[in-house]
Design a protein around this ligand. Structure first.
Ligand code: PLP
Length: 494
């Protein structure tokens, strides 16, 4: 950060007045990208509903000190969790009167935790398999790889078709082996917003006697409403035979503050191996459905308040606004020569690439940022070109008219500036360096040269050169470089 309001670490010699502390936080917050106003197309989800933030903050505060560790000590939290799980289950094809009346679930801290727990439950259902494996499409969220890494589960990645951006069901079926404990697919994928062929993949998994997880972390709360609005949404939830678990993030399109996701299982037996229980110590017997043991009630109460306040009618209205915003943004992209949509939008993502090398996407992202529009660059990967990702939320609806001219102007500026040309030395480095050849000196020099140096420096406004360098590197080198760069940022203030 550029400003250090405290001038040092978080613990002053003498405590400060509340007002002064809040001033510091507001000063720090002023450096952030705008969480509200419909101009940040990643990280945040804004319904632009007046009063909702205040309601969620009040609910959060009311339960911040309640501990989810023991549901018998704090029945309020148990009640709110069960209410959230019930709402998610009903929305996603479970509950009374459905074909999945036995659905149960858990409230987790986020999508990543939901996926780790889905993989853990699948793994621990098969103690007899010594080297368990997970089948996931290449478009699956990186959190699956994280789960596999944390849990020592092997990863079998099924490529996606560069045209449809979906995995081939037959190739998915072929990837299932005797050690497979889980097959995963997305509804929709984060990167491109496309819905995988859930029916065929779940059928293949069921035929092999393997669990099938649908990662609806991103779109699980919007797809049912888009369907009700007449958007053609293929079956993806518990209505699909063979789907054994589904994740949906409430801190995405349920518009709850950060820290809440739901992991659903078709029945209690499928969920059982998700729990960790331990009685073999002199303290309390620990029974945890989730990774954390002590858990704040704050995010859960805030999510509960958000769902109760917005209601089914509210989410339907917000989905309609989002659908209209997506259509408007997609039109804006179509109007710019040299840009192409990666896929026709079928959910709440607009993702585009460039067909003209003069229209450098990474420079375009910077030009949009300079105009107040914060998009997310995605690096080229396995035959897929680099692209620009826009997560679209309801707050964007009123801003679409401004985006179109901004995009056209930004594209003009990109053509005038020309594409990033990496210095020959850097290009060679990116192409030949192996991750283990990276020394602290090399990283330090590189970071300084790219404007990323200095422990207290914020990342530069212009990231096109950095993105071009990363794009030229293989994934393993990208990972190592970014770990080193982020490690330089994450240094304590003394
Ligand atoms: C966001 C997302 C995740 C990970 O969720 P976090 O809340 O960031 O941990 C997983 N899968 C999909 C499809 C997502 O969009």
């Amino acid at each position: 950060m550029n400003e250090e309001p405290t001038g040092g670490c978080a613990l002053p010699q003498q405590g400060l007045p509340a007002e002064r502390v809040l001033d510091e936080i507001h000063l720090l917050r002023a450096q952030d990208r705008p969480t509200h106003g419909g101009q940040l197309f990643a990280y945040v989800y804004d319904p632009a509903v007046p009063g909702l933030d205040e309601l969620a903050a009040t609910a959060y505060a009311a339960s911040a000190h309640v501990n989810g560790l023991d549901p018998t000590a704090f029945p309020s939290l148990l009640a709110m969790e069960n209410a959230l799980v019930g709402a998610a289950a009903e929305l996603l094809g479970g509950g009374p009167g459905s074909t999945a009346p036995e659905v149960v679930g858990s409230v987790t801290s986020g999508g990543t935790e939901s996926l780790i727990l889905a993989v853990k439950a699948a793994r621990d259902a098969h103690p007899e398999i010594s080297t368990p494996r997970l089948v996931v499409p290449a478009s699956g969220h990186a959190a699956f790889a994280k789960a596999a890494h944390y849990l020592r589960v092997g990863l079998d990645v099924v490529p996606v078709d560069p045209g449809t951006l979906r995995p081939d069901p037959a190739a998915t079926a072929a990837a299932i082996g005797p050690e497979t404990v889980l097959v995963a697919c997305s509804a929709p994928s984060y990167a491109h917003g496309v819905i995988d062929p859930v029916g065929e993949i779940a059928a293949a998994a069921a035929a092999a006697g393997v669990r099938c997880h649908v990662d609806a972390c991103f779109g699980g709360w919007t797809l049912p409403y888009l369907r009700r609005l007449g958007v053609p949404v293929p079956p993806f939830d518990f209505a699909v035979p063979g789907v054994t678990s589904i994740s949906v993030d409430l801190h995405k399109y349920a518009y709850a503050p950060k820290g809440v996701s739901v992991l659903l299982h078709r029945d209690p037996a499928l969920r059982a191996p998700q729990y960790f229980a331990y009685a073999d110590w002199p303290g309390y017997t620990m029974i945890n459905p989730t990774i954390a043991s002590t858990r704040s009630g704050g995010p859960i109460a805030a999510a509960y308040a958000t769902l109760r306040h917005l209601g089914d009618d509210g989410y339907l209205r917000l989905a309609a606004a989002t659908r209209d915003a997506v259509a408007g943004l997609a039109d804006a992209v179509r109007r710019v020569p040299g840009l192409r949509l990666m896929a026709e939008p079928e959910s709440t993502v607009v993702c585009f690439t460039a067909t003209d090398p003069e229209l450098d996407l990474f420079v375009l992202v910077d030009e949009l940022t300079a105009r107040g529009w914060h998009t997310q660059p995605q690096l080229s990967y396995a035959g897929l070109p680099a692209s620009v990702h826009l997560t679209v939320t309801a707050a964007v609806a009123t801003r679409v008219g401004e985006f179109s001219p901004a995009l056209a102007e930004a594209a003009k500026a990109v053509r005038a500036a020309g594409p990033v040309v990496l210095p020959e030395q850097l290009r060679t480095l990116a192409g030949t360096l192996t991750p283990d050849a990276l020394t602290p000196e090399l990283v330090g020099g590189l970071a300084a040269g790219l404007g990323l140096g200095g422990s207290a420096a914020a990342p530069p406004d212009r990231m096109a050169v950095v993105n071009t360098l990363l794009d030229a590197a293989a994934p393993a080198l990208r990972e190592r470089l970014l770990v080193e760069f982020v490690g330089l940022l994450q240094r304590p203030h003394w």
